[in-house]
Design a protein around this ligand. Sequence first.
Ligand code: FAD
Length: 469
Amino acid sequence: GKADVTCQMVVLGSGPGGYSAAFRAADLGMETVLIERWPVLGGVCLNVGCIPSKALLHTTAVMEEAQALSAHGIKFAAPKIDLQVLREHKDKVVSKLTTGLGGMAKARKVTVVTGSGRFLDPYHIEVALSDGSGTKIVKFEKAIIAAGSEAVKLPFLPEDPRIVDSTGALELRKIPKKMLVIGGGIIGLEMATVYSALGARLECVEMLDGLMLGADRDLVKVWEKKNAHRFDAIMLETKTVSAAAKKDGIHVTFEGKNAPKDPQVYDMVLVAVGRSPNGKRIDADKAGISVDERGFIAANKQMQTNVAHIYAIGDIAGGPMLAHKAVHEGHVAAESAAGKPSYFDARQIPAVAYTDPEIAWAGLTEAEAKQKGIKFTKAVFPWAASGRAIANGRDEGFTKLMFDVDDHRIIGGGIVGTHAGDLISEVALAVEMGADAVDIAKTIHPHPTLSESIGMAAEVFEGTCTDLP
Ligand code: FAD
């Protein structure tokens, strides 16, 4: 058929999965086109996800740490918050990264087409150009679908600027007095942490019987204790059933175990009830690609869909909706498409809640290990015994490792405490390499660090830990 652009590889969507795939394909010598409907590269993660949320979380964590120094004899005046400057700071962080990506695409001669793409058939994508100048047809030999996901909407909620999803919350238009977070998952609670630090009182409603349900309960408990002061209510096993936007606020009605009888009034409502993949929005059926009911596109270990020359990666391909998973899948898809032996076979995909304290885990959770019937021993090192955690004034955390009782290999681990997200990489590496308790315990960790707690937990398992109080 007719084509405006012809290429060996087209990548649809430029999030962490898409740009990683496009860059790897180009590095491997493929003529690559990257289609993105937004004006800059980086997808959800860079523009309205991982990065802006962490820019804000860093600022608010430092602010709260500074305030906590009053217990050490250092008193600051109450913080004066200039939302406009904070917003600009966050936007600068994002644009530094997206500009960098644009430069990297150019350096690799990846052609970026800015517009919304949909399949016409197994070898053509039509792009409705974002500048309104019409359409372009991209003819390709191979394609990688990396079109990501969008926030799930609750249909009964009215359209009102005071009701936002994570993208709206990141815009930081104003700080509400009273904020309701619908959905007690990581994204909702990260944003709640930011707003709470900036002065909002929080309430949270969650349909299921716990917050951050992917994580082990012992880890979450530590976070709950440290964060109880932020919340006026945490309504578990409760649903939001309707809402009315009125002058004095959003009036929300609840149902379920912990539902208040009367509607409650909030200045802001954050909806964070999950994300849905964009599989149904790209006419994948015209290329013969199977899309499931929810919009996911299944892929094999090479990341191939049912149509062998078309791959799917990232949030749209199922599995944990995480940027680092999307990146690795992107590399696999590009390498496979370029004819290299490559497959996705991760033993572990780490997960992090960048709350305060952070919660991180890698490999199996305790709940998963139990479910699988694996016989394991849990070794815990409480940070109350960590010199560094005590020196930091943040000894509420702990590090736990789980070892197979037969071969003593690590099957997983979890950490709750400051910087847990950075610390978990060592557990990830240990799981990926099949390290056993002696490997970890005999690895000399620097003193005094939080990372020592990982070596110490392995020593607890070995029965050689003498440093516990
Ligand atoms: P996405 O990043 O979703 O990118 C898809 C891209 O495709 C978008 O740019 C979109 O515009 C484009 N697109 C879609 N359809 C079309 C089309 N038809 N034509 C052209 N372009 C199209 N993950 C982490 O690992 N760590 C975190 O700390 C973290 N924090 C998060 C915080 C928030 C608030 C949110 C919302 C998410 C967070 N995530 C985090 C999840 C992470 O953002 C996603 O897992 C990741 O972005 C998925 O990458 P992806 O490449 O699959 O797609």
